[in-house]
Write a protein that binds this ligand. Structure first.
Ligand code: ATP
Ligand code: MG
Length: 332
């Protein structure tokens, strides 16, 4: 059975990560998962826990960036009765709750310097001291952490402790951004389509090849999360069972057209304005013809031209056009 049914990916980098996770499952080594937002860091942490002998024990995620700094210490380490105003009774922290299992310190780069010291001690001595307590207590917890910050840079800047950084990244795992593993985009898209189609089995939605090409070319600043959200939205909004290019959000379509038709730039040596304009026009005509499968009437409409104007332009290009290369399929 595939041990990673939830961590989809066949790109070599992802395969290496699968292998690494498998390797560390039998150890209690601390793992630091790094990578941009939405690349699957939390999934990696959950997989690491689920494949470990601690799987039937708790997995406790703590989002260090979402909890106010003054609360985080007692959330993580617990507190004694009367430790601070409002501490009516003693309370166990996440480390105690995770005993026997795994704690996942998400956005660990957001920890205050004071907490960093405390965490370092836990990693070294495997004991925690609740806020206001005068004694420490032993805990048996595996620590996994994640960050989308460049922690090395934070170390260089002096905002993250170097000793803690090395303690955390006994096993570093770097999740690649989706744009660096584009070959997984069709696989992930199919996976999310199936997942979201399952909720509406009467109206299964498919994606056209041309839309798939655009998803492949898009840069995905929000990574896999952005792709999943998009597929979910498209499945809900689709009217005829297809995700077509016209249905894709405008940010994706404009990204693609700018990528395919890069903005001309003025180099040091200047440029030949006439031929630059001609090339620009030519590429847009080609794009319009490609999108309309060579239908000149429809292409002219896309370009805001009369059909006759488009035909005249095409004829001019054909006789002595300097840029025929890309358009032969439609122009000859
Ligand atoms: N390889 C993958 N296979 C299937 N789903 C994935 C994969 N990677 C990410 N996802 C999905 O994308 C979403 C984001 O993943 P996750 O929460 O693990 O990212 P993250 O790196 O922790 O993001 P953030 O930095 O914003 O917290 C989740 O819904 C997750 O299920
Ligand atoms: Mg996360």
């Amino acid at each position: 059975m595939d041990p990673f049914p939830f961590l989809i990916g066949q790109h070599p980098t992802v395969q290496k990560i699968h292998a690494l996770i498998k390797k560390v499952t039998t150890t209690d080594a601390t793992v630091l998962v790094m990578g941009e937002s939405g690349t699957g860091k939390e999934l990696v942490a959950r997989a690491t826990h689920q494949l470990s002998p601690r799987a039937d024990r708790p997995f406790i995620p703590v989002n260090c960036g979402a909890i106010p700094a003054e609360l985080l210490e007692s959330e993580i380490f617990g507190h004694e009765r009367g430790a601070f105003t409002g501490a009516i009774g003693a309370r166990a922290g996440m480390f105690q709750l995770a005993n026997g299992g795994t704690i996942f310190l998400d956005e660990v780069g957001e920890m205050s310097p004071r907490l960093q010291v405390k965490l370092l001690r836990v990693l070294q001595d495997r004991e925690v001291r609740p806020v206001g307590a005068d004694r420490t207590m032993k805990v048996d917890v595996r620590v996994l952490a994640a960050t989308n910050k460049d922690l090395q840079q934070e170390v260089d800047r002096g905002t993250f402790r170097e000793d803690l950084f090395y303690r955390l990244q006994v096993i570093p795992i770097v999740m690649p951004p989706l744009r660096e593993r584009r070959s997984d985009i069709p696989l992930l898209t199919a996976h999310f389509l199936e997942k979201h189609n399952r909720k509406r089995p009467d109206h299964p939605v498919q994606i056209t090849d041309e839309s798939m090409v655009q998803l492949w070319e898009y840069d995905w600043p929000g990574n896999v999360r952005e792709l999943e959200n998009l597929v979910e939205r498209m499945v809900i909004l689709s009217e005829d069972g297809w995700i077509r290019v016209e249905n894709l959000p405008s940010n994706i379509r404009s990204f693609i057209s700018e990528k395919r038709i890069p903005k001309p730039s003025l180099s040091e040596n200047g440029l030949d304005l006439n031929s630059a304009v001609e090339e620009f026009e030519n590429r847009l005509i080609e794009e319009a013809l490609r999108r309309t499968k060579g239908n000149k009437q429809a292409a002219a409409r896309l370009l805001g031209l009369k059909r006759t104007t488009l035909v005249a332009k095409l004829r001019r290009r054909k006789s002595g056009a300097p840029y025929q290369g890309a358009q032969q399929s439609y122009l000859l």
